[in-house]
Design a protein around this ligand. Structure first.
Ligand SMILES: [Zn+2]
Length: 102
């Protein structure tokens, strides 16, 4: 059964916040975070009569196509956020390096 994309995204955000709270910045790794993400399991139930998946937690009711569509859109949103963070990180590291060289 597919994970509920809405609930999984929410759960992942929570995991990330907790991870960033507990792990000092220099010890953080994206792979560690993804390993935690892999543990997220919010399987939806299949309604065989209508061929729709139902999430018991948030009540999402969608076909398999809609589920992948929602997941895709949520992933896109995550990605743009991460890209922005990378930009910021690059800028920050560069400015740090420049300061050391002065
Ligand atoms: Zn849900």
């Amino acid at each position: 059964m597919p994970n509920c994309p809405e609930c999984a995204a929410k759960e992942k955000r929570k995991i990330q916040e907790q991870y960033e709270e507990e792990t000092p910045e220099e010890d953080r790794g994206r792979d560690d975070l993804y390993k935690l993400f892999d543990q997220v399991e919010i399987p939806m139930k299949l309604d065989t009569a209508t061929k729709h998946f139902i999430c018991k937690r948030c009540g999402l009711y969608a076909t398999r196509e809609q589920v992948s569509d929602i997941r895709y859109k949520l992933n896109q949103r995550e990605k743009t956020r991460e890209d922005r963070q990378d930009d910021y990180l690059n800028w920050w590291q560069k400015s740090k390096k420049e300061k050391q060289e002065e």
